[in-house]
Design a protein around this ligand. Structure first.
Ligand code: URA
Length: 209
């Protein structure tokens, strides 16, 4: 599917299957989420630009590659996005972090922002927006609208599972934002759950069911 990268590394797929199992405990789910988010982060940053810098090893001077440009921003869509943050920060500890809380008003369909905290200068940074589930796409679409209003131009979206309906809505709203996911599942059910899915990601990671 155009604009969507499915990360089908065997370790990702193995961990995802265990996360889907209904008998996986909260502690297990959280540990797997941290592990899998490190692997997903590795893939979503695979093409970052490098610049050569002159360094000294204990033996000689060489030109060696380092990440170029400003620090990345990981933008977590509250609350389940936070489950992806820790593993990503294990891999990129210098990344800046944004938190975004939005909901869609049922009557006006307007995206209502109830929380937004991001670094000042989002316009010159790569922003990786994270939310485990791309279901209807409403919250990710609204969150990215808010980031764009503040000047963000270079955005990627990373999730664990995506529904085809959510991908369609998302791409209609933000055709410039590539999607990275570990799986495209079958469909959304009437309650807005991804099928086969893994249930409510926030409840499973925080034990709040
Ligand atoms: N959010 C979830 O946590 N799970 C779903 O299946 C859909 C949205």
């Amino acid at each position: 599917m155009d604009g969507v990268t499915v990360i089908n590394h065997p370790l990702v797929q193995h961990k995802l299957t265990i996360m889907r199992k209904k008998e996986t405990s909260t502690a297990g789910f959280r540990r797997l989420l941290r592990e899998i988010s490190t692997l997903l982060c590795y893939e979503v940053t695979r093409d970052l630009e490098l610049a050569m810098e002159r360094i000294e090893t204990p033996l000689v001077e060489i030109e060696a590659p380092l990440l170029e440009g400003k620090k990345l921003v990981f933008a977590s869509i509250l609350r389940a996005g936070n489950g992806l943050l820790e593993g990503m920060l294990d891999l990129v500890p210098s990344a800046r972090v944004a938190h975004i809380g939005v909901y869609r008003d049922h009557e006006t369909l307007e995206a209502i922002e109830y929380y937004f905290k991001a670094p000042e200068d989002v316009s010159n940074r790569l922003i990786i927006v994270v939310d485990p589930m791309l279901a209807t796409g409403n919250s990710s679409i609204a969150s990215i609208e808010k980031l764009k209003e503040r000047g963000a131009r270079n955005i990627r979206f990373l999730c664990l599972l995506a529904a085809p309906e959510g991908i369609r809505n998302f791409q209609a709203a933000h055709p410039d934002v590539p999607i990275y996911t570990a799986s495209i599942d079958s469909h959304l059910n009437e309650q807005g759950y991804i099928v086969p899915g893994l249930g409510d990601a926030g409840d499973r990671m925080y034990g709040t069911k």
